[in-house]
Every structure is written in C-alpha cells, then in structure tokens.
Design a protein. Structure first.
Length: 463
C-alpha cells in the first residue's frame, strides 16, 4: 500500500487511530468517541483532510511551518542526505558536513555573539540542555550555588520534565510532580488579563520588577538564569508592554544571571525580524531555537550560546548529549529551509508587507462586540473574547466559549486555536494578502456565529 496517496477510508483510519494511538494533550476517551480529523496533505498555507476538504492553516501546524507546506527542495535534500550519510553521531570526537554548515550558518544569522550551537531534536530537549548549560556554566566558574532558574507563570518551554518545569502551565505541573527543584515562576506581562487599573506601560514595568524582587528573595548567589519567550506563544500570544523588555534587560545586566530567550516560536521570522530578540531589543546569553529552524519538515532544535558562555563550557567535559544532536538529515533540511527563507526574502516580506497588512485588519476585530482586545506581533496574533469589554471581564467556565469559537472556525475551514477564551493565530509566513482576506472573513463569521449562540443561551450579558 502506498500510504501517501492511497490511504484507508476515514472511518477506518479513525478506528485504528482510536485503538492504537495515544494523542498528546488530549483526553483520549473523548477523542476516540468522535474520531480525529485526519490531515492527509498540504500545500502552501492550505491543508487537505481525508475527505478532501481544504482548510486554511492559521497555526502553521504548531507554529512551525514558516515557509509553508509542499516545498520539494526540502524533500530533495533529505533524500540526498539520507543516501550520502543518514546518521552519524557527534559525541566521540567526530563531526559531519551538515552539522558544521548549519552551525556556521546560524552563527551568521543569530544576533550579537551567539556564535555556538548545541543541537537537540526539538525545543523541549533544547530547554533541558539549557538547564544543564546554565548550571554547569556557573559551576565551572566556581559558583555552584547558582542553580535556580526563574521563569514565568503561563510560559511554555516544552513538555519534558525540564521543559514543563520551566514552563508555567498549571495543568502540566499538576501531573507527575512538577516542577522539578530549583525552578521558580514570576508573573507574566499579560496586561489585558492581569493589569488591573495600571496603564500597560506601568504594568510592564511592575511585572519586570518582579524579576528583581525574586532575585533578591532567592539571593543572587543562588540564581543561574531567567528564561522567557520574547512573546509568549502557547500562553495566548502575550505581547509584552513596551516597557517590559528594557527593564528585564536592565535587571539581568545589573545582577549576575544568564538571560535565556526561548525563541522556539519567535525565531526565524515570526515577529517580522529573524529573531524576537531583535524585535524587542533583547541581548540573550542563551537562545532556544526549534520549530521554524526547519519549518517543521524535520525535527531539530538547539541552544545557541555567546562566545563567553561557549568559552566557559569548552573548558570542561559536558556530560550531556542526545543520539540525534546534530542529526545529518535534520541539519540538511534546516539549511535548505534557511536558504529559502533568506533567498526568497520571506522575513522581509513579512516585516514590510504581509504582517502590517494582517495587523491593519486584525486590530479592527477589537470593534466586534465579543472582542476585548486584539493584539499582534508580526505573524502571531490573539483576540480576547469577553462578555464585557469595558470591565475586561472573563467568561465563567473559561474555555467554554473558546471551544465554541474554535469549532466554528474549524467547521468553516479555518484552523485557529483557543487558549481558554483567547483565540490565537500564527499562520505560515508565506501566507498571501488574498489568504489573509479569507482568514479575516472566516474569523469574523465565526465570531458572529459564536456571539449569536451565546446570546441565544443567555451567556452574553454586556455590562
Ligand atoms: C513548542 C515550544 C517548545 C517545545 O518545543 P518541542 O519541539 O515541542 O519540544 C519550547 N518553547 C516554546 C516557546 C515553544 O513554543
């Protein structure tokens, strides 16, 4: 059977999926009853399901398919690399051309003197490496007590024990005894939800200063690093107030701690620059990369570090690594992805044309009766659904309205994700203006339909 083009009928696939496949972040019993939606192929920004329905992918898969689906060039380099050298390790005094070339290419693209990369298979693994890197760095420097890593509530840093501990997702911490030791969390800069009476600028400063208070509470001698996403992605595209990052940078400079920017989503063009650190003027010592690095065509992630951090690490054995650190096929695919991003000017087009176009339309959603805030950074955006705009109120039973809205989108051929009652998008960076028009039409139609349902059920009571 050719699994690519001659798959089983949908119902059969769903039944086998239910019988044998455990899904991530899913209540299996519920999904198994209704059956998974089965995606069979994709091109550009459009998915096709097993029934032949075409769906606009407002999420670029999972924030990763930056160059869009269906680029044969990446398939070709994967094929060629598999024939030339499908695997070799980098543990025992060996290396290979694709990992060497990718490390060099990244050192050109990365800001500042982030010139060295430790590879992993994804973002979670890379953040696990970052915990090891930060603690080992301070131990080598004779400061082994500097172990604690400060993160933020509602952050997402992956799903391994280390990644989920760094993350601030309560439902993840609630399972399996997380977080692990020596990781603490401060508040996120989520003005719409938590800013109270403060202006966004006041709130941004107040949130940043919680980092300084936390460093003082723990004692600087016990803190290894602060980790944060330039814009929180999975937390619901939390775009920080303008005052936030300058103050965070000042605090990290004033205290002896490493700044880790988790750019797994923001990197490779998402915010309109190559890296979110450029958009928000952040100077990280360590940067997590994954997702857009290969546009999701092959699993790869990494930890980029500065010359100074690399020099310290290089002075001792590092008892850490993954079988697939610097996997040759993933590296070759990532290199080809970077070539396309660069040569086709995709990041420039996002910054100069498509992101401003999306922004001009997205902002108008704030005029919809159901929408309290419409926020955006480059090609990632969110809306807050609210029963009362002026009070910035939240619906009772968070997630109920979000799920109704998500299903309305899904049924109208648009993938848009809900986080509680926020709706988020992060489309492929190659989305065209015409496709943005289609996306906006579908979002508005789904909002209207959701509002009608809420009114009929008495759930919408503007104050
Ligand atoms: C997706 C994500 C991760 C985890 O990456 P995986 O490849 O799923 O392990 C880490 N950090 C951020 C910010 C992410 O969005």
């Amino acid at each position: 059977m050719n699994v690519l083009f001659n798959h089983l009928p949908t119902e059969e696939l769903q039944a086998i999926d239910a019988a044998h496949h455990l899904h991530p972040f899913t209540k299996g019993a519920d999904l198994n009853k209704k059956g998974a939606r089965i995606i069979t192929r994709a091109k550009g920004s459009t998915l096709t399901d097993s029934e032949g329905v075409e769906i606009l992918d407002g999420m670029a898969g999972l924030w990763c398919v930056n160059i869009g689906y269906g680029r044969d060039e990446l398939a070709k380099v994967a094929y060629d690399q598999m024939r030339e050298l499908p695997f070799y390790n980098t543990f025992f005094q060996t290396s290979h051309p694709p990992v060497i070339q990718l490390a060099q290419k990244l050192s050109e693209l990365l800001p500042g003197d982030l010139n060295h990369v430790f590879f992993a298979s994804g973002g979670s693994e890379a953040n696990d490496s970052n915990i090891r890197i930060a603690r080992h760095y301070w131990a080598i420097k004779g400061k082994p007590t500097k172990k604690t890593i400060i993160s933020r509530h509602n952050a997402y840093h992956g799903s391994t024990m280390g990644g989920a501990s760094l993350g601030g997702m309560q439902p993840m911490h609630a399972q399996g005894g997380l977080p692990i030791a020596d990781i603490t969390h401060i508040d996120q800069p989520f003005w719409w939800g938590e800013g109270g009476d403060m202006s966004p600028e006041e709130f941004g400063l107040a949130c940043a200063r919680k980092l300084e208070a936390e460093i003082e509470r723990l004692g600087e001698d016990n803190v290894a690093a602060f980790i944060a996403e330039p814009v929180q992605g999975a937390g619901a595209v939390i775009v920080p107030p303008s005052t936030y990052w300058p103050e965070i940078q000042r605090i990290c400079d004033a205290h002896e701690i490493l700044l880790i920017a988790d750019e797994v989503i923001c990197g490779f063009g998402r915010t309109g620059n190559w890296f979110g650190s450029q958009t928000y003027n952040i100077r990280p010592d360590v940067m997590t990369i994954a997702k857009g690095l290969s546009s999701g065509y092959a699993p790869i992630g990494g930890s980029a570090v500065t010359d100074e951090v690399a020099a310290v690490l290089d002075s001792d054995d590092f008892n850490h690594g993954y079988t697939y650190s610097g996997h040759p096929v993933s590296c070759a695919v990532a290199l080809e992805n970077l070539r396309i991003l660069e040569e086709e000017g995709i990041v420039d087009t996002v910054r100069a044309e498509t992101a401003p176009y999306l922004e001009s339309k997205w902002r108008t959603l704030a005029d919809h009766p159901l929408v309290g805030e419409a926020r955006i950074s480059g090609m990632m955006a969110a809306i807050e659904m609210t029963p009362d705009k002026s009070a910035r109120a939240q619906f009772a039973n968070p997630g109920t309205v979000g799920t109704i809205m998500r299903d309305n989108c899904f049924n109208d051929a648009l993938i848009m994700r809900n986080v509680r009652d926020s709706m988020i998008i992060s489309p492929p960076l190659v989305i065209t203006k015409a496709e943005i028009d289609v996306l906006m039409e579908r979002v508005v139609r789904a909002l209207d339909k959701t509002l009608a349902t809420l009114k009929a059920d008495g759930m919408f009571k503007p104050g």
